[in-house]
Ligand binder design. Structure first.
Ligand code: ZN
Length: 317
């Protein structure tokens, strides 16, 4: 029995929630679909991660307009993935902000990623024809840390290390200890690790934990509204990454080929994580990347629509 490629069989719409986490922060979540974080400052609104298309971003804007009429001045890209960035034009922001590492990834592999992700997740690219030609380009980039002041509200953009990608950025509101993590942290959703750095991700999560967030918007899954819920999100993500790496490392040490390592690893992880959304979608990409990192590729190889299919046929046939 072969599985349908990636998420092509996943066609059922999810229920959207728009949740206030703290005085200035809101979360647009949808039962495990990609989240958008919103910060409403004294004089402007910041949106972190845009949704996959301008048509889908229009629903985020509709929710924002139910609570504020302040201008949406800033869009932050927590990382370069198409499903996070291609809705940007809908917000008509003054600035699109990303780490320089994220911009470098857009230059290097943005086109391939766009084609690859649209092929994997047709449902997440609703009205894909509303995406303008070309790519989403940051208008401001930074390295390490950047601070925005939305009136009296301090908003820090932080690179805490590599994890989900090499460009990962979190949005941190120190005055209310609220964090928008992007895909560095997931909750009841399988971390996608096809562009990940398994050796770095745990230490990056330690730096997230060291901020001691009181509330957190994960990349996927429900908003985490208490310190205990934040810890649960961090522990779940950390456990998945560690368990997957341990299984792949054992297989590599035993001299096994990727296909055998994949089958062992998915069997080993399914009892604990198989109920998380997109588990079957992510596992072939995650194990392939981990195997690469543990053998000969320090940096993730570029995924193309064609490579996606070849990998899937090799591992799932
Ligand atoms: Zn991502």
């Amino acid at each position: 029995m072969s599985k349908t490629f990636a998420s092509q069989a996943d066609l059922e719409d999810k229920k959207v929630s728009f949740t206030q986490l703290s005085e200035h922060a809101w979360a647009y979540t949808a039962e495990g679909d990609p989240n958008t974080g919103i910060v409403i400052g004294d004089d402007a609104v910041l949106v972190a991660d845009t949704q996959a298309t301008p048509a889908m971003a229009a629903d985020v804007i509709r929710r924002i307009r139910e609570v504020t009429d302040k201008p949406i001045k800033y869009v932050v890209l927590t990382h370069y993935h198409a499903v996070r960035v291609l809705g940007a034009t809908a917000y008509r922001p003054d600035h699109i902000i990303a780490s320089q590492d994220t911009r470098d990834l857009i230059v290097e592999r943005g086109e391939q990623d766009k084609a690859s992700e649209i092929g994997r997740f047709p449902r997440l690219f609703r009205d894909v024809e509303s995406v303008p030609a070309g790519l989403t380009w940051p208008t401001l980039t930074f390295t390490g840390k950047m601070t925005l002041w939305l009136g009296k509200l301090e908003v820090q953009l932080l690179q805490l290390g590599r994890g989900h990608t090499k460009g990962d950025t979190v949005v941190w509101l120190p005055q209310e200890r609220t964090l928008l993590s992007g895909d560095l942290v997931e909750f009841d959703a399988t971390p996608y690790a096809g562009d990940a750095y398994f050796k770095d991700w745990p230490a990056t999560l330690d730096r997230v934990a060291a901020l001691q967030p009181a509330a957190l918007v994960p990349g996927r899954g429900a908003a985490l509204m208490t310190p205990d819920a934040v810890q649960a999100g961090l522990a779940g993500t950390r456990g998945f990454i560690a368990d997957l790496r341990a299984s792949v490392e054992a297989g590599v040490a035993a001299g096994r080929e990727l296909n055998a390592v994949y089958k062992e690893t998915i069997a080993r992880l399914r009892p604990k994580y198989g109920h998380w959304v997109i588990f079957d979608h992510c596992m072939p990409f995650d194990v392939t990347r981990c195997y690469d990192e543990m053998t000969q590729y320090t940096d993730p190889r570029i995924w193309t629509a064609e490579r996606d299919r070849q990998m899937w046929e090799t591992l799932e046939s």
